[in-house]
Design a protein. Structure first.
Ligand code: GAP
Length: 439
């Protein structure tokens, strides 16, 4: 498996992810997505939205605010419970999450540690010009609460019947004690969460359904099943709202870690918000003629973690043998819907204006349908390697024969490196069919 250093270096060199505020020495655990990274993350979010919202009749979308009424966090239990146990080293003064440590000594210097105290990881801020207690607000630590507090609005406006879900993608913020491992754990990150409201009593069945749906989503998008596993949480380690949680874990270069969590949140959130707000967040069940509080199954994924594993899992170094010569190529074998660039158009000779013009025209035409790059800044062999390294699905070469003989171009497949020749007019439809074909 590839190591993290190689991934971090490739991300910087090719414009996927940069250390944030680098020119000022960088800010810990903050990252900026570069030109290719932003496309990659958009593709991840779009694939999630397509699977969770656009192709389903039973799930709708929402985009709620990041700063909610402070009462939301009090009632949801986050002010009291959204904490991590913090310890300090009495000797070197470093701070750690107590539940990350093995043993009772400082992992950095072996010094004695303080007793653990609970540290709330919500970011506090002030709303308005006066910084007093009445103006305190929080940046959301999960997108989920924005969904629960809109339950009645969504029910009344969509007339959905149980079971139905509400999905949301957006930034969340946590003042993590020990962020790290590149974009795996940061203080500002994007979540892709869905709250699926079900009849009480059907929750366990729906929980199992969503665990396998979500696992299959990653596999369908090319993640190797050997690098995925399910980890049910032990009862005593469940979050304050959960009856059962299963994590989908990934085998990161630094070991197995959470990728997504699927939780049975019971009727906890709707119940506490009904009580806290005095508004009945209930559902009228026509069969029984009663108002009930639905149970909730929540698949909660991270867009940054997903983008990271798509990068790690796609990374491959291949040895190519040509006669008795051996060569190496680095290739990101992204799934077609995740690849940031779908095609690259490359003129074989950059000093031939007719080749360049034809290649640019083709690239411009393809760009109207899918992300396409034009590049003539190196020899063809080097251009192929560059495109392989960013996972471009197809390289299309315009050569002298195109102009002088047959109006055909060569299409090279990223994975097999096989080449076919076809009329220039047919290229767009050919690639579009391939992109749209079911796996
Ligand atoms: N609403 C439930 C919830 O927030 P979670 O397991 O705390 O559950 C869901 O978060 C997902 O969000 C995680 O599986 C992970 O992918 C992502 N995530 C959580 N904290 C993160 C962090 N500090 N940095 C990056 N991603 C994070």
């Amino acid at each position: 498996m590839v190591d993290m250093e190689t991934i971090v270096n490739l991300c910087k060199a090719r414009g996927f992810i940069f250390q944030s505020s680098e020119i000022y020495g960088g800010i810990g655990s903050s990252y900026d997505y570069g030109p290719l990274g932003v496309e990659l993350k958009r593709n991840v979010k779009e694939a999630w939205w397509k699977a969770m919202v656009s192709t389903r009749d039973d799930i709708v979308g929402l985009d709620s605010a990041i700063i909610l009424h402070p009462k939301v966090w009090e009632v949801s239990g986050h002010i009291k419970n959204f904490t991590d146990p913090l310890v300090d080293c009495k000797h070197c003064k470093q701070r750690f999450r107590a539940d990350d440590l093995e043993g009772d000594k400082c992992p950095a210097c072996g010094g004695e540690l303080t007793d653990a105290r609970q540290f709330n990881t919500m970011f506090k801020t002030f709303v308005g010009p006066v910084e007093d207690d009445a103006a305190v607000a929080f940046l959301r630590p999960e997108t989920a609460q924005g969904i629960f507090i809109n339950f009645s609005n969504i029910l009344a406006s969509t007339r959905k019947k149980l079971p139905f879900g509400v999905a949301q993608i957006g930034k969340s913020f946590r003042n993590e004690i020990t962020p790290g491992n590149f974009t795996f754990r940061t203080r500002e990150f994007e979540q892709m969460e869905m709250e699926f409201f079900v009849m009480p009593g059907t929750d366990e069945e729906w929980f199992n359904y969503w665990v396998s749906e979500r696992y299959n989503w990653y596999v369908k998008l090319g993640i190797k099943p050997d690098n995925l596993r399910m980890r049910p949480h032990e009862k005593e380690k469940l979050s304050h709202y959960s009856k059962a949680t299963t994590d989908i874990e990934y085998n990161y270069p630094f070991g197995w870690g959470e990728l997504e969590g699927i939780a049975n949140r019971t009727n906890y959130d709707l119940s506490v918000h009904s009580e806290g707000s005095g508004k009945q967040l209930t559902y009228f069940d026509e069969a029984s003629g009663e108002h009930i509080i639905p149970y909730v199954i929540e698949p909660a994924a991270g867009a940054d973690r997903a983008a990271l594993i798509f990068l790690i899992d796609a990374y491959d170094v291949e040895t190519i043998e040509k006669g008795d010569k051996k060569d190496k190529r680095t290739v990101l074998r992204f799934h077609k819907s995740i690849a940031p660039v779908k095609a690259a158009v490359l003129p074989l000779l950059r000093n031939r204006p007719d080749l360049v013009e034809t290649a640019k025209k083709l690239a411009g035409d393809l760009q109207k349908t899918f992300p396409t790059m034009y590049d003539d800044t190196a020899s063809i062999g080097r251009l192929y390697r560059r495109q392989d390294e960013i996972g471009t699905l197809w390289c299309i070469t315009v050569d002298v024969q195109t102009i002088e003989e047959d109006n055909k171009v060569t299409i090279r497949d990223r994975d097999t490196m096989d080449q076919i020749r076809m009329p220039i007019e047919g290229v767009k439809q050919y690639l579009r069919d391939k992109l749209e074909a079911e796996d």
